[in-house]
Design a protein around this ligand. Sequence first.
Ligand code: PRP
Ligand code: URA
Length: 208
Amino acid sequence: MPNLFISSHPLVLHKLTKLRSNKTEPKKFRELVREISGLLAYEATADLAIRPCSVQTPLTQTDGFDLQEKIGLVPILRAGLGMVEGVWELMPSAEVWHIGIYRDEQTLKPVEYYNKLPTEPTVSVCLILDPMLATGGSAVATVDVLKRWGAKKIKFVGIIGAPEGVRKLQQVHPDVPIHLAALDDHLNEHGYIVPGLGDAGDRQFGTG
Ligand code: PRP
Ligand code: URA
């Protein structure tokens, strides 16, 4: 699948296994989501633009680099919220713009309920954060919103994807790279990813 990046980092694989376990309690689950998100974001930002600069060390002047891009983190509420801190630690000057979307339980279609983006884009690269890419409806709707806003460079950072969701996002928005910790087998009849980890929002917030 083009533009799809599945992490093979041992730490990601180890933490993902713990995340999947039905024995993992919400506190540990949140820690793992935060840690995996940071590791995935590290990989997803390997091509950020930099520009040469100069820096004075205690000993001498030397060459260095400045990040050239202004980054926006775009968590999809609710479950994407838990991914923010781990990524933000790595790029503390990033802006965070929340998008509220939930899946209608019957139709599995995305329902948008919160969006406070300003009229003009304020960032040059957007990282959409959502642990689960299931049917792909929520991710596609979020990219639609960001493109209407004027965002030029968008990446999706998730934890587990289903082939159905990856195909849909790639079909509608082939320019958006997808970074995941795992590509799972299929969706079940309720739209849940199998083997997956269950409901990512409920498991983080203890609402299941
Ligand atoms: C989950 C998940 C994604 C969406 C993925 O959110 O966090 O946003 O489902 O499914 P899709 O690819 O089929 O659109 P959910 O609708 O459960 O909302 P919540 O995070 O508020 O619980
Ligand atoms: N949303 C989740 O939280 N989990 C799934 O498996 C699918 C959608």
